[in-house]
Design a protein around this ligand. Structure first.
Ligand code: CP
Length: 332
């Protein structure tokens, strides 16, 4: 049997999503015991993490297994290109690292969301996809510039817990300001799963902060097929009106991907893209979501983040539950 990876939410069917989230709800209600006893998950972080790292470690330990955690400081610089002449700084090819690690661990989780210069290159998720190609054990995407599937699973679980059925519910995915250019991963993966769930999605961002064209068009088609819709809005007040869920997150400009200094200049005029009580008042008593970490009083005010409509810690908590379900699905 070929190994299973979890790299994207784009390939999930509605039945697979339901199965994973049903299992997550069951493990949240009652711990399943030591079902992964003796199993080891290798975690490779090329960027910082609080939630992803800790929630995977906790999930694995509570299922009876354990984790080995490596950061970029522990690893050789890796070459992901096929047939590269390795006379540059990269000491090891991904194929050698992946094949070696597969002999030690039962699954690999990888976070690699660094920018290499062009969006056309970074949208290919070269490092994670290369690991998946050469590892003989399951590979889990822990966030790239393009996708953050584990976050989106937790987010959809959180929405279901609060709204029960998501079909036809109004979700506004709102760009908000941030001093740094952020990954598009959480936004893309959330778009894909909200579309699959048949939600009425409004994607709101200033001009210049368009998401990946292919993700947008595929999600639009999936939403329509599932009985929902997807529209883009460039005015945040209009986008927030009537929303039942307001999901705030910043993301980098694919237009200025190669030029973060230019993006920073553009963002000087976008400080108004911040969620506050006034914006929340124009929604339909919306639930507020954000995947964290959040820049308080830049992306959203303390009042709304700490307000009674905020689900930010429920989302973070559900990371552990969906990841337990995922690990059981991939490893049992
Ligand atoms: N939301 C999320 O992935 O958080 P971390 O970056 O802390 O892992």
């Amino acid at each position: 049997m070929s190994k299973r990876d979890f790299l994207s939410t784009a390939d999930l069917s509605r039945a697979e999503l339901d199965d994973l989230l049903d299992l997550a709800a069951r493990v949240k209600g009652k711990r399943p015991g030591q079902v992964l006893a003796g199993k080891t998950l290798g975690l490779l972080f090329f960027q910082p993490s609080l939630r992803t790292r800790v929630s995977f470690e906790v999930a694995m330990v509570q299922l009876g297994g354990h984790c080995i955690n490596l950061s970029s400081d522990d690893l050789y610089e890796l070459e992901p290109q096929e047939q590269a002449v390795m006379d540059g700084p990269a000491e090891e090819h991904v194929k050698d690292a992946a094949r070696t690690l597969s002999r030690y661990v039962d699954a690999l989780g990888i976070r690699s969301a660094s920018r290499t210069g062009t969006w056309d290159r970074d949208r290919q998720e070269l490092l994670v996809r290369s690991y998946a190609k050469y590892a003989s054990v399951p590979v889990i995407n822990l966030e790239t510039c393009f996708a953050h599937p584990c976050q989106a699973l937790a987010d959809v679980m959180t929405m279901r817990e609060n709204l029960v059925s998501l079909r036809g519910r109004k979700l506004t995915l709102l760009w908000c300001n941030h001093p740094e250019p952020k990954s598009l991963g959480p936004t893309h993966s959330m778009l894909q799963l909200a579309a699959l769930s048949g939600m009425q999605i409004t994607l709101a961002h200033p001009l210049g902060f368009e998401v990946d064209h292919e993700v947008l068009e595929k999600s639009r088609a999936v939403a329509a097929e599932a009985g929902g819709s997807l529209q883009v809005e460039n005015d945040m007040q209009t986008a927030a009106r009537g929303a039942e869920v307001l999901y705030a997150r910043s993301w980098g400009s694919t237009r200025h991907w190669h030029d973060p200094e230019r993006e920073a200049i553009v963002k000087r005029s976008l400080t108004g893209w911040r969620v506050d009580e006034q914006l929340m008042a124009s929604t339909k008593n919306a639930l507020l979501m954000h995947p964290l970490p959040v820049r308080r009083n830049v992306a959203a005010t303390d009042a709304v983040l700490d307000g009674k409509q905020s689900l930010i810690y429920e989302q973070a908590a559900n990371r552990a539950h969906v990841q337990k379900a995922l690990l059981m699905h991939l490893l049992k």
